[in-house]
Ligand binder design. Structure first.
Ligand SMILES: [Zn+2]
Length: 112
């Protein structure tokens, strides 16, 4: 899997059912209001890949732009979420939800 670093900030269009769209909007608003303090570090800024558990390498698309974490082993990539709140778009909210999903499926979340 080879994704160019510059491509990470490009966009793709997906089609979702209305109920998914409405829930995503709800999550987007809640993230803007509540910030990230309730989101676990495994999702926000993990040190290991949720899929293959290799170390994640930080990288930046452009100077002063979004920071990403990339697994050099399997190619998994995600945004590194900082402490700042208030600049969430729906796509980021969906992406964060998918990180939860990967953590659950690959057993990376701390058991509670
Ligand atoms: Zn990996």
């Amino acid at each position: 899997m080879s994704t160019n670093v510059a491509d990470l900030e490009s966009y793709k269009t997906i089609k979702v059912p209305l109920w998914v769209y409405k829930n995503a909007k709800e999550v987007e608003l809640a993230l803007m209001k509540k910030g990230l303090e309730h989101i676990p570090a495994e999702v926000l800024m993990p040190s290991t890949c949720p899929i293959c558990k290799s170390a994640l390498k930080p990288m930046q698309a452009k100077e002063d732009e979004t920071e990403f974490l990339r697994c050099v082993h399997c190619g998994y990539t995600q945004q590194r979420f900082g402490e700042q709140a208030g600049e969430f778009v729906m796509g980021t909210a969906i992406g964060m939800g998918l990180i939860y999903f990967l953590n659950a499926l690959f057993g990376s979340m701390s058991e509670r």
